[in-house]
Design a binder for this molecule. Structure first.
Ligand code: ADP
Ligand code: MG
Length: 328
């Protein structure tokens, strides 16, 4: 059987099952944004690892070394933020291709350094077919502040921390080689190459009891929300007219006849946070968030008792003709 027959998540589910017998009690393994290892005193260490492969995740002749370093680290710190934790250390393994310059490596490591997370080790080797980068980041949090994908409750509001789809539009702009001279296209490409981290927001949301489940958006809400639904054994209704979209996204989509909702829901790599919150406390949560960060939490739907993810448009059920990202 080929991996694409069971998909990325089918394979991960099999791996998780086969290691279940080795997971110590109190540990949380495969399935969330980070693994959780208790360290005593009511605190836990969280751990995440993410890999970027030349040709699949980035094009060497397009991305700068600094941006590549920055992004490689950002995709990991985003998983730490999604747990409500703070990053404490990083390990970096890199396979470099023949002829890679020292100057390129210096720029790359500067991009990593910009996150302010201590790099404590890693591995360096050579690759015959493209650069491969794997970063492992460790973080720490109080057990009371950790947020899991499995904690959504029926009637919870579903929220996101940012407009969605800019990164996917940036990627489409790069791949379709459209003119980059406009500020709009530049900003979208920058959203793709230089994703912002929601670390302060994640830490703060971790302290809030109204927040139940949380994860970061790496594959698009259409795919990522399903993880929360499956692990929390609930369903959801998401209102398409409430999906936050930036002016830049609207502009580039109308210029090129792209579907903004497809980019926002299925494009992925926004690295915004997706969370569910108690409906009773949600208005206070939004107001406090606005006071703290000068930004909005955007409400996009509700958690339901019925299985499955239902899309509505101004309250009317509507099917989606596109799906979330999968590596296989
Ligand atoms: P994220 O997008 O948040 O990084 P993924 O969708 O990549 O999460 O992975 C989902 C879960 O599967 C995570 O808990 C991750 O650690 C785990 N996982 C992914 N690939 C593997 C693997 N090859 N071996 C063990 N665990 C894996
Ligand atoms: Mg994640």
């Amino acid at each position: 059987m080929k991996v694409d027959q069971i998909g990325e998540f089918g394979l991960i589910a099999r791996v998780a099952e086969s290691f279940r017998d080795l997971i110590p009690s109190g540990y949380r393994g495969i399935g969330d944004d980070c693994a959780v290892i208790p360290i005593g005193g009511g605190r836990s260490m969280v751990v995440t690892a993410d890999m970027l492969v030349e040709g699949s995740h980035f094009l060497m002749d397009d991305i700068t070394a600094w941006d590549l370093g920055y992004k490689s680290m950002a995709v990991n710190t985003s998983d730490i933020a999604a747990m409500g934790a703070k990053p404490t250390a990083a390990f970096l393994s890199i396979a470099l291709t023949e002829g890679c310059s020292v100057e390129w490596c210096e720029q790359f490591f500067e991009g990593i350094h910009a996150h302010g997370v201590p790099l404590l080790g890693g591995d360096t080797t050579k690759s015959k077919h493209g650069i491969v980068i794997n970063i492992t980041v460790l973080g720490e949090a109080s057990d009371d502040h950790l947020k899991y994908r499995s904690s959504a409750s029926v009637s919870d509001c579903i929220l996101v921390t940012a407009p969605l789809g800019d990164s996917a539009a940036g990627l489409r702009a790069i791949l379709s080689k459209i003119d980059r001279k406009s500020d709009t296209v530049e900003r979208l490409i920058s959203a793709h190459y230089h994703p912002r981290s929601y670390l302060s927001e994640g830490l703060w949301l971790g302290t809030r009891g109204e927040v139940h489940a949380m994860m970061d958006i790496s594959d698009g809400v259409a795919s990522d929300l399903r993880h929360i639904l499956r692990l929390s054994q609930v369903g959801a209704k998401v209102e398409l007219s409430s999906i936050p979209l930036s002016d830049d996204l609207h502009r580039v989509c109308s210029a090129h006849e792209w579907n903004p909702l497809e980019l926002a829901l299925c494009g992925g790599e926004d690295y915004a946070l997706l969370l569910t919150a108690d409906p009773i406390g949600v208005e206070q949560l939004k107001a406090d968030y606005r006071a703290q960060f000068g930004a909005d939490l955007y409400q996009i739907g509700v958690i339901t008792k019925e299985d499955g993810l239902v899309w509505t448009n101004h309250g009317q059920e509507q099917g989606l003709s596109f799906a979330g990202f999968s590596h296989f």
